[in-house]
Design a protein around this ligand. Structure first.
Ligand code: ATP
Ligand code: MG
Length: 460
């Protein structure tokens, strides 16, 4: 479902929640020859459509029907317009009637992954990892605020001076953040993150995020029930990779996913999806990731997947991983595999249970088996830049045994990052564990001949 179709009210009113039939309009138009006609035609259109009939239509049909009705109105009542002006007027009036005005064409463009509105005059989008400004503007601050109010009211939130920051997730998954003056000196700022598209692993191979041998290795790890952490910076593709990797979990297992904002789209039959809940207006009823992780342990999971660990739930997750719920997966925000371990330790210490730092080290050493580090490179591509096994035990300082890394070449004139994945032998212990679980070691990796893997590095 698109954001636009969600902007229709539950009874199918295509005016959206913020509009009235008397012609209140979103008005988010760029000034031009037909811009002044938009409000009047919007009112006429809303007067002529049958709302009950509209609500029965699929979003695309609803748009087509509105365009047809409006076409008739313009032919009947004039003015005479050139074909491009007429098409532009129809598109704008319908965009407004359906929801988000000037943002509608951007929301319709599947290649756009993020829309960033920095005050009424500046709109940026992200396409294929690159940010660019687009020739779209709101007619005024008030019109931008009307659009914002319309968005936040669909999730029963309010934005005003006393509540100038709103973080919301719309029912179809888009994450929306709003921050308005006086906190934002740039003007009302709206950031819409598209619901991430679910890439399949072979598509990720096509994009150069990983190669076939790495896929085989990760598949052996997941099927062999290694606990795996996907780490990376903001927007580096953690959730996307986690989602794709989850597809490797055997069909018969009971999987419980825990997320702050549900984004994972697992295809297996036996999946329970849990999502946090913010407090209500009185400040009650909050359910955290930690509550859900704890609850999931009482639900007989074969695997627990935590969308992203950000706080005290990390300790519960690590405990679960090292006490029978092996094969679990999670993501963490960190810029290197070393940082990911440190971050897990810091996050686990945020739990209200006082655990000495050294004990947390022990916990991480026994819980985490594999770290998969992602990065968003200068050309906007996302790559697995490292796969490393945790080679330390007990209270030892963290040590990582890298088994794969991406070696980038100097930037080429085409502006793209070229390079190659290096495959290194697996530690013997890892080879033995895979053999015991009946999982193959992909040929490009092999198993180290020495007991101590050559490439081990300490993280401190
Ligand atoms: N391997 C990839 N190749 C190209 N684009 C990708 C890849 N992985 C993710 N993307 C795109 O990058 C954007 C961010 O992806 P995703 O949400 O998975 O990142 P994230 O690291 O989980 O972000 P966050 O830090 O906000 O949780 C999405 O638009 C997604 O479609
Ligand atoms: Mg994510």
């Amino acid at each position: 479902m698109s954001l636009r179709s969600r902007m229709t009210t539950p009874d199918g009113d295509p005016r959206g929640s913020g509009a009235t039939a008397s012609g209140t309009h979103n008005g988010a138009i760029a000034p031009d020859s037909t811009g002044h006609l938009v409000p009047a035609y919007r009112t006429k259109l809303l007067e002529e459509i049958d709302l009950a009939e509209m609500s029965a239509l699929a979003p695309a049909e609803r748009r087509a029907r509105l365009e047809r009705v409006l076409g008739h109105i313009i032919s009947r009542e004039g003015p005479v317009l050139s074909t491009p002006d007429r098409e532009l007027l129809i598109r704008r009036v319908v965009d407004e009637a359906l929801g988000l005005g000037v943002l509608e064409p951007l929301l319709e463009d599947a290649s756009i992954t993020e829309i960033m509105v920095n005050g009424p005059d500046q709109v940026f989008v992200e396409r294929a990892g690159r940010v660019e400004q687009v020739p779209v503007r709101f007619a005024s601050h008030e019109q931008l605020m009307q659009t914002i109010e319309r968005i936040v009211s669909t999730v029963n939130r309010r934005v005003d001076e006393s509540n100038p920051m709103v973080d919301a997730r719309l029912p179809s998954g888009e994450r929306v953040n709003v921050i308005i003056p006086p906190l934002s000196l740039t003007g009302a700022t709206l950031t819409i993150r598209r619901f991430p598209r679910a890439y399949k692993l072979d598509e990720l191979i096509g994009l150069g995020t990983l190669d076939e041998q790495m896929l085989l290795l990760l598949s052996s790890f997941i099927r062999g029930r290694f606990n795996l952490i996907v780490s990376g910076g903001t927007g580096s593709g953690k959730t996307t990779l986690l989602n794709a990797l989850s597809g490797l979990i055997p069909e018969h297992e009971r999987i419980i996913t825990v997320e702050d904002a549900a984004e994972l789209q697992l295809q297996q039959r036996h999946v329970i999806r849990l999502e946090t809940r913010p407090p209500n207006v009185e400040g009650n009823g909050r359910v955290t990731v930690r509550d859900l992780v704890r609850n999931s342990l009482r639900m007989r999971p074969d695997r627990i997947i935590v969308g992203e660990v950000r706080g005290g739930e990390t300790l519960d997750m690590l405990q679960a991983m090292s006490t029978g719920h092996d094969g679990s997966l999670a993501t963490v925000h960190a810029n290197s595999a070393e940082d990911a371990l440190m971050r897990l330790q810091t996050l686990a210490s945020m739990s209200e249970v006082e655990v000495p730092f050294a004990a947390l080290q022990d916990q991480i050493n026994s819980a985490v088996d594999v770290l998969v580090q992602l990065a968003r490179l200068a050309d906007g591509s996302r790559k697995i830049v490292e796969i490393a096994l945790l080679a330390s035990h007990g209270r030892e300082t963290f040590a990582l045994a890298p088994v794969c890394r991406f070696d980038a070449q100097p930037m080429s004139p085409d502006g793209r990052v070229h390079g190659a994945f290096a495959h290194l032998p697996l530690p013997r212990r890892t080879g033995a564990r895979l053999a015991m679980s009946g999982e193959p070691v992909p040929p490009a990796f092999g198993v180290a001949v020495n007991d101590v893997p050559l490439a081990t590095r300490n993280t401190l």
